[in-house]
Design a protein around this ligand. Structure first.
Ligand SMILES: NC(=O)c1ccc[n+]([C@@H]2O[C@H](COP(=O)([O-])OP(=O)(O)OC[C@H]3O[C@@H](n4cnc5c(N)ncnc54)[C@H](OP(=O)(O)O)[C@@H]3O)[C@@H](O)[C@H]2O)c1
Length: 304
């Protein structure tokens, strides 16, 4: 397969593909990152399937069965697919084009159209599981597109993840599900952080509050995962805040399109817009906690 985009997610996904015996031709905008991954794979996985670095997205996509994309946003997808040396020209009959990024619906339709034009099949298969899930092969996929292609892609899903949900045969349903998932996670995490902010500022420690949440119906996956990082003051990105802001905007556009009013999501989107303006875009999305501190909450670390 060809794999385009060796960021936080792509790096782990590629390691799991070659570890499962699937040869990969990779391309990344910053070539040094692709070379460094090759060095790491040679050191850590000497028995893995071949990994090669291609000179362009187009050459990566030559003579492969599937082309997998995992880049930041629509502009990046446009560049790697429709750019001068993009993968579009290398697609051919019988091939699969799969987008694992969280991408807009218009761009998703364009990817489907170009795949069809060239006799290939497109699946939108965005992911969840964050950096650790990608590294450990525990991703969940939300997939839109024809069932036969989903079945054919099964071994690749199995190499990179634990669970693939075929949302439906219509392209774009995977992306719609992904926007809803991330919108829920952003709202839930913001709720947990605001609970911590009020607790700490009124004399209850974050650690005590976290212990109570863990043993109550207020326990959440995203809250339980992020709290230890908050307590350590560790905002290194597992999922960048600017990417979550992008996903909230995608969800807001979808809500408007279908005529649904979502008051908490609207408020969360405004929080993320402010966090981006405050220069927190390249931090983990947990960093909206810093805005609460700026707005007057006590520091959300018990030791300070
Ligand atoms: N991290 C998560 O937890 C997570 C979870 C689920 C879904 N996602 C989605 O998965 C996608 C990738 O996320 P990530 O966390 O891996 O992002 P990331 O760590 O920021 O990596 C982004 C990747 O996109 C490439 N890229 C960015 N702009 C580009 C451009 N204009 N042309 C070509 N390549 C470009 C980057 O190349 P360089 O190395 O050159 O910068 C890098 O390979 C996003 O759609 C994100 O929303 C992420």
């Amino acid at each position: 397969v060809a794999f385009i985009g060796l960021g936080t997610m792509g790096e782990g996904m590629v390691a799991n593909l070659v570890g499962a015996g699937i040869a990969v031709k990779a391309w990344n905008r910053t070539a040094a990152r692709a070379e460094a991954l090759g060095d790491r794979l040679a050191r850590d996985l000497p028995d893995a399937a071949p990994y090669a670095v291609a000179g362009s997205p187009a050459t990566a996509a030559e003579e492969v069965d599937a082309v997998l994309l995992c880049v930041s946003n629509d502009d990046a997808v446009a560049r790697i697919v429709f750019g001068e040396d993009g993968v579009a020209g290398s697609l051919g009959p019988g091939m699969l084009l799969v987008d694992h990024g969280t991408t807009g619906l218009e761009m998703t339709a364009r990817l489907d159209a170009v795949a069809r034009e060239r006799g290939a099949t497109f699946l939108d298969a965005p992911i969840t599981g964050s950096k650790l899930g990608a590294a450990s092969g525990r991703l969940t996929f939300m997939v839109g597109g024809p069932g036969a292609a989903v079945e054919r892609f099964g071994p690749l899903f199995a190499a990179m993840g634990r669970h693939a949900v075929h949302v439906g045969d219509t392209v774009g349903l995977g992306q719609r599900a992904k926007y809803c998932l991330n919108m829920s996670q952003a709202v839930v995490l913001q709720g947990v952080l605001e609970g911590y902010a009020l607790a700490r500022s009124s004399g209850v420690s974050v650690a005590k509050m976290a212990e109570i949440l863990e043993h109550s119906a207020g326990k959440t996956g995203v809250g339980s995962f992020k709290t230890p990082y908050l307590l350590r003051g560790d905002f290194e990105p597992h999922f960048r805040l600017d990417l979550m802001a992008k996903d909230l905007r995608l969800a807001a556009a979808l809500a408007e399109q279908v005529g649904v009013v979502l008051p908490l999501s609207r408020a969360a989107t405004a929080v993320y817009d402010r966090a981006e303006s405050a220069g927190l875009g390249d931090r983990d999305f947990l960093a909206t906690a810093k805005l609460l501190e700026q707005d007057g909450a006590s520091r959300l670390r018990d030791d300070e």
